[in-house]
Design a protein around this ligand. Structure first.
Ligand code: AFP
Length: 359
């Protein structure tokens, strides 16, 4: 199939024929994002040989130590996306404030918000990382974009996607008409369509959560995880498997490929943070991808895509993946909030009332 595979540009032309609103600036913006990811993929794949491992010696707005690749990845998005005239402004996990397009460049009607390198803690140990992006329309004055212009519910996203820098580098993209996966052919430097119309399996036996936080979880999450751990001997009547890669991109990709449920729930570890993941550039784009593929994305109490953002770097609880499992977790949260959930028997600590552990 030397000439047969669709590349991203051909895919975008076909999508424009279906939806003319995607013509022009939008498609060229997606092409700029694709070039950003290709540049990052090149540096990630060279690892120590490129001299890009280790800490950058700076912290980001989250107070997290930046890796050299965090900074390089952020610079790649700025370099490729700020000059084309398609954007009014950009926002990034790595930048405290929004970045209006400099006066030296023309401005366009879109906004780009992104996590340039998700899973940074994996980079120095050669495990999968990724880039996450979300495209919004600037509804305000493109000559004077503000943070408020970015604070739109996830339902307003025009497109969302990620690149995963794994054994193969892939781009997964939704422009509102399903979810499609492209694999980077390094010999020709093109992302080629290899996984059209991806769907999340509605059921699963695989869950992903950082179990070291178990003591900080709310009871509905503990109830769900305990039932998974009880396996075929318990409420669920089937055994489960667990994964935790510490890279949301890798977890979401696995869920797209074979189903599963990913949880980074609200916990009491840091009461000032209602969750670890950021709404605008992690939860919202991934929620669009998962729901466009037939899955579900919730905080446990609200659909993520319906949330009205209050600040640029706002954090939210995230539960997403196979529809049946997310709906079960939403039900458990609802039972708990109504005071109607039942005590459950933990395979670890015996029967627990909801207010103490009865050993
Ligand atoms: P980093 O980009 O700082 O490594 O964080 C990755 C992430 O935001 C998300 O991709 C992971 O699912 C989650 O954090 C991992 O969190 P823990 O390190 O608490 O497991």
């Amino acid at each position: 199939m030397l000439f047969g595979r669709t590349n991203v540009n051909k895919f975008l032309v076909e999508e424009q024929r279906r939806n003319p609103a995607l013509a022009g600036d939008f498609s060229m913006l997606v092409s700029d994002i694709v070039r950003s990811c290709k540049t990052i993929a090149q540096s990630v794949s060279r690892g120590a040989l490129a001299g890009v491992l280790g800490d950058a010696g700076s912290d980001n707005v989250q107070g997290e130590a930046q890796k050299k690749l965090d900074v390089l990845a952020n610079d790649s998005f700025l370099h490729h996306c700020e000059w084309g005239g398609h954007l009014a402004a950009l926002a990034s996990e790595e930048m405290d404030e929004i970045l209006p397009i400099p006066a030296t460049h023309p401005r366009g009607a879109y906004l780009l918000v992104f996590d340039p390198l998700d899973g940074s803690s994996n980079i120095d140990v050669n495990l999968s990382v990724g880039s996450i992006f979300s495209i919004l329309r600037c509804r305000g004055d493109i000559k004077n974009p503000t943070e408020a212009d970015f604070l739109q519910p996830g339902t307003q996203q025009v497109a969302a996607g990620y690149a995963i820098y794994g054994p193969a580098t892939m781009l997964v993209l939704s422009v509102g008409n399903g979810v499609h996966g492209f694999t980077l052919d390094r010999e020709i430097g093109e992302f080629l369509l290899t996984h059209p119309d991806l769907k999340v399996a509605p059921a699963t036996r695989e869950f992903a959560i950082n179990t070291s936080n178990e003591r900080f979880w709310e009871p509905p999450v503990r109830r769900y995880v305990d039932e998974c751990l009880a396996g075929k001997t318990g409420e669920r009547g089937k055994d489960f498997n667990m994964r935790w890669i510490a890279s949301m991109v890798a977890e979401v990709h696995r869920i797209l490929m074979r189903g599963g449920v990913f949880m980074y729930p609200r916990d009491t570890k840091d009461p000032s943070k209602p969750g670890r993941l950021r709404l605008l550039y992690e939860a919202n784009p991934m929620a669009m991808i998962i729901e466009q593929a037939g899955g579900r994305a919730s905080t446990g109490r609200q659909d993520i895509l319906q949330l009205q953002p209050e600040s640029l770097h706002q954090r939210v609880p995230v539960i997403l993946g196979s529809r049946e499992e997310v709906e079960r977790l939403v039900r458990y949260h609802s039972d708990y909030d109504r005071g109607e959930d039942k005590p459950f028997t933990s395979p670890l600590f015996g029967t627990r009332s909801l207010f103490s552990n009865d050993s």
